[in-house]
Design a protein around this ligand. Structure first.
Ligand code: NAD
Length: 494
């Protein structure tokens, strides 16, 4: 078995004191830095520049020069080849990327390693998209020889802002479509998890990415993030993060009417019908929340179970939860890693206290996890609340931690109404062995993705995104590249 701990000591070198602007590795213009720490034990991993508006401005200018300069001469086939070369380099560097993710944001190493198919798939899918973009010849009503057609053009300089919970997939899902369509990009990673994104920039540079096409400015949301959202030189903002920040970004983007795509939060329902295959549904419903310690936007945190099977099902989910291995993500058998920060841990503790006060019953968990090796980080027991009602804060608000709120239901009409009674609309899960029931529920649930007898499936070729206050725009599928393109109509009088 690989000795991940030994590899960790060699991972971060001087590169990580720098961010990446115009093909150069540089400090913040202000000279300020911020600490990158391991959430599992609080140790310092590296320092990174704390960029601000001045650094964002330099990066946007570099991205504009590249967009109008050398990058514009790349043919779609050259962009495709570049993406394929990047995919090869990712494959070769995969272990190091995963190790970095685990150290920097705590995701268990087994889970980061398992994301390889998806991330390499993204790079290769968008390589294919690079040579598939095309316009149309359109008949028109003019008499004579007047021809009309469309061409698709890259939208320009893209600003991307991402959260900390999935740095590899999160950044690749912004960068790859930009490269495929001929856009340039300025990406601001989360201040909680910048290191792996810098590593990704290094890999892309080594694969031959021209200067200025990708720029990474590390820094806080209030400084670098806000500056990027409002910068007049940015043509499009793609954002993944909380709904509140998404709203602020959409407002900031109005200055120059940037186009905006938002992938935001959720409070996703998982519905277990009385005809569900319980043996199969229990682990999936549990991991719909406990994967990545609940720090996933699609967490299926409202568990609706048909009354006839409710008590047995909830007991079995709780039993499954209580056996999950909690620990430092670097241990290959860890299933539930640390929470990213003290701020986030306090938030989760607030909900763990509020649940019983509002009348919920702790079926399992309910507090911090303690024990050998858990001292330096913020670890929580996977928690299942029973006796929850729709009005409780634990049933309404996104917790972003390992907490399930279980509730019984009686009829399909009732559960659809309750599942949809949320401002969010990101994802939903349905467990039923009856095809008609599954279809009916999938059609009626107001969510961007509905999984039946499974959860979590995300693929580069399949559109993913939110409805209602979970955002707008789609990542994945041919819809995704549309977000990075403009359409121009060309008329010719022959
Ligand atoms: P967050 O909104 O606090 O931060 C996300 C990013 O926005 C960070 O890079 C941050 O620095 C930046 N930011 C913060 N304030 C900003 C501002 N005023 N202007 C510009 N940028 C700003 O979210 P988080 O705590 O990092 O991540 C958790 C949230 O992300 C959850 O709500 C989760 O549901 C959501 N999320 C959604 C998806 C999805 O695909 N729908 C995926 C992952 C996470």
């Amino acid at each position: 078995m690989k000795d991940w701990q030994a590899s960790a000591t060699e991972l971060y070198d001087g590169t990580f004191r720098h961010m990446f602007v115009d093909g150069a590795w540089c400090a913040a213009q202000s000279g300020r830095e911020m600490k990158a720490t391991n959430p599992a034990d609080g140790t310092l991993l590296a320092t990174v520049p704390r960029g601000d508006a001045a650094d964002i401005d330099a990066a946007v200018q570099a991205a504009r020069r590249a967009f109008e300069g050398p990058w514009s001469t790349f043919t779609p086939y050259e962009r495709q080849n570049l993406l394929l070369r990047i995919a090869e380099r990712f494959e070769a560097e995969w272990d190091r990327l995963c190790l970095s993710d685990t150290l920097d944001m705590g995701m268990p190493i087994a889970r980061t390693l398992a994301n390889q198919r998806r991330v390499l798939g993204m790079l290769r899918f968008y390589a294919g998209q690079a040579v598939s973009v095309h316009g149309q010849t359109i008949p028109n009503s003019f008499p004579g020889e007047i021809y009309s057609s469309t061409v698709r053009e890259p939208v320009g300089v893209v600003g991307a802002i991402i959260p900390w919970n999935a740095p590899i997939a999160g950044s690749v899902w912004k960068i790859a479509p930009a490269l495929a369509t001929g856009c340039t990009i300025v990406l601001k990673p989360s201040e909680e998890a910048s290191l792996t994104v810098l590593m990704i920039a290094r890999i892309m540079q080594e694969a031959g990415l021209p200067d200025g096409v990708l720029n990474i400015v590390t820094g806080t949301g209030a400084e670098a993030g806000a500056a990027l959202a409002e910068h007049p030189g940015v043509d499009k903002i793609v954002f993944t993060g909380s709904t509140a920040t998404g709203q602020a970004i959409a407002r900031a983007a109005t200055g120059n009417l940037k186009r905006v795509s938002l992938e935001l939060g959720g409070k996703s329902p998982v519905i277990v019908c009385r005809d569900a295959d319980i043996d199969k549904a229990v682990p999936v419903a549990a991991m719909a929340v406990f994967a990545n310690s609940g720090q996933i936007c699609i967490a299926g945190s409202r568990l609706f179970v048909a009354r006839e099977i409710h008590d047995e099902f909830v007991r079995r989910v709780a039993d499954y939860a209580s056996k999950l291995k909690i620990g430092h993500g670097i241990a290959p058998d860890t299933e539930v890693g640390p929470i990213i920060s003290g701020r986030q841990a306090e938030r989760i503790e607030g909900y763990l206290s509020a649940g019983p006060v509002e009348g919920a019953e702790v079926v399992t968990g309910g507090g911090r996890a303690t024990g050998t090796g858990l001292g330096g980080g913020h670890f929580f027991q996977p928690t299942v609340f029973g006796g929850v009602t729709d009005e409780m804060s634990i049933a309404r608000e996104e917790i972003f931690g390992p907490v399930i709120s279980a509730m019984p239901f009686d009829t399909l009409d009732e559960v659809v109404a309750r599942a949809n009674a949320t401002p969010y609309g990101l994802a939903a899960g349905v467990f039923s062995t009856h095809l008609g029931t599954a279809h009916k529920l999938a059609n009626r649930l107001k969510a961007g993705s509905v999984w039946v007898n499974m959860y979590h499936a995300i693929d580069p070729a399949v559109p993913f995104g939110g409805m209602k206050m979970s955002g707008y725009g789609r990542e994945g599928g041919s819809e995704h590249v549309e977000e990075y393109l403009d359409t121009k109509a060309i008329w010719i009088n022959a």
